[in-house]
Design a protein around this ligand. Structure first.
Ligand code: NAD
Ligand code: SAH
Length: 402
């Protein structure tokens, strides 16, 4: 059996909430005749989401959401299983964009986006296709921000659901998913020990909390850098040191950025870093660690290991992982399967909502309804065999008595 097929079979056994939802809805074929375009990191879990949406009757077209995170063996296997796929792992941004365009040529009714590349392309370059689009479901923090910016400037032309903001998404995916998968990638790509190191985590949002928590669990000394006073206080109360990047840069051994911002680590920081520092990013795009600055100020560079580039800066060696792109996806398998099971279950139910409510939704950003969160959390607990208490009549009355 080939690798793509093995990987898809592995996740199929473990995406138990998704399987339960497909069982529940497949008989009525709620997506029959609906064209769904997906642009999400194309590895096995995303492949399984695409196959699950197809099982509910949809016609599906799939592409990646980052030039480096597509796994070519999954592309081949999805094609063998009958899906339209326009994706390949590439270092060429033009090839990546050509694949996105080919996916839009399919004239989708529903878009499952991760980072809003398809949504932005629809609004800027392919406006002719917008009239066929009933809605988009956005997977990640930065994508939600990009779509909210379209809404703010009155440019959003289709309904959008902020999948990222669902509780069963960001509380688990951004925090525990990023927490584990970032360390999985750094460890497998460097083969280095994390305990004994000073780890610097930039950004103490949902992702940063997970990355810092797991670094502590691995035995590292952890420093957090932030621009938000409340998040900084949270980090201190959680037991981490907080300081500006200009100070952290001098003492860190391993750096992880997860801010969704740009140039968080830049020339002034590279110049004062220790010899051998490891640099990685887990936020959107490849700009948080300024690759442009590294390229400009280094006297030479070479590939030190697969996915590790060594830059020579002022006689010191600095090591950049995965070209500064999301380290957990561009150089590993992304979040664990149980986590993506939750996130993609939110996607599946959000797609169903768009199809069901099509015609009654406005061109604005919608929150995921709390019933979707409840359905996913309840299903997951049931599958884990965990029972919880329910309110007694006396307790219900008591809580309503104020
Ligand atoms: P968030 O909004 O919860 O947190 C981002 C934090 O970064 C905020 O607390 C903000 O104050 C801080 N920040 C902004 N600029 C900063 C700077 N210059 N220095 C230090 N801190 C700064 O967002 P999140 O959900 O944690 O997501 C962060 C990024 O990671 C987004 O781009 C998101 O799309 C991406 N993401 C990646 C993965 C992954 O698998 N790698 C998973 C989920 C989200
Ligand atoms: N296009 C952007 C996307 C940001 S990625 C970029 O490449 O910069 C962040 C999203 O990736 C997260 O919200 C998370 O849900 C998703 N993700 C993490 N692990 C994944 C996996 N194994 N498979 C598919 N998506 C994953």
């Amino acid at each position: 059996m080939d690798i793509g097929s093995m990987k898809l079979d592995w996740v199929a056994q473990r995406m138990v909430v998704m399987n339960a939802l497909v069982e529940k809805y497949k008989e009525s074929q709620p997506l029959k005749g609906v064209k769904v375009a997906i642009s999400v990191h194309l590895e096995a879990k995303t492949g399984y989401l695409a196959l699950s949406i197809a099982k509910l009757g949809a016609d599906v077209s799939v592409s990646g959401s980052n030039p480096l995170s597509t796994q070519d063996e999954i592309v081949e296997e999805l094609k063998r299983r009958g899906l339209r796929v326009n994706a390949q792992r590439t270092h060429d941004i033009n090839v990546y964009e050509k694949n996105l365009n080919a996916t839009l040529d399919f004239e989708p009714n529903v878009v499952v986006d991760d980072g809003a590349d398809l949504t932005v392309a629809l609004h800027e370059k392919r406006t002719d296709l917008l009239e066929n689009v009933w809605g988009v479901c956005e997977e990640t923090t930065t994508g939600v921000k990009r779509i909210k910016a379209l809404e703010k400037f009155k440019k959003l032309r289709v309904p959008a659901i902020a999948v990222n903001d669902a509780k069963t998404k960001h509380l688990f995916d951004n925090r525990y998913g990023t927490g584990q998968s970032v360390w999985d990638s750094i460890i497998r790509n460097t083969n280095m020990n994390v305990s004994e190191k000073t780890v610097v985590v930039s950004g103490y949002g949902w992702c940063g909390k997970g990355v810092a928590m797991r670094a502590k669990g691995l035995g590292a000394r952890v420093i957090v850098t932030e621009v938000d006073a409340i998040k900084s206080l949270e980090a201190i109360m959680d037991g981490f040191s907080v300081m500006p990047m200009k100070d952290a840069a001098r003492i860190g051994d391993i750096f992880v950025t997860v801010t969704g911002n740009t140039s968080v680590i830049r020339e002034e920081h590279f110049r004062v870093m220790k010899d051998g520092a490891i640099l990685s990013n887990a936020g959107h795009f490849n700009v948080e660690v300024s690759v442009a600055d590294l390229e400009r100020i280094s006297s030479s560079k070479r590939e030190a290991r697969p996915n590790v580039t060594e830059y020579n800066v002022d006689g010191k060696k600095l090591y950049l992982l995965a070209e500064g792109r999301l380290v957990n996806l561009a150089a590993a398998d992304g979040h664990p399967v149980e986590i993506m099971d939750l996130s993609f279950s939110v996607q599946l139910l959000s797609v169903l909502k768009i199809v069901r409510d099509h015609g009654n939704m406005e061109a604005k950003m919608y929150a995921v309804p709390s019933e979707i969160d409840d359905e996913i959390a309840t299903t997951k607990l049931k599958l884990l065999g965990i029972n919880i208490d329910s309110l007694t009549e006396e307790q219900k009355k008591y809580l309503q008595s104020w």
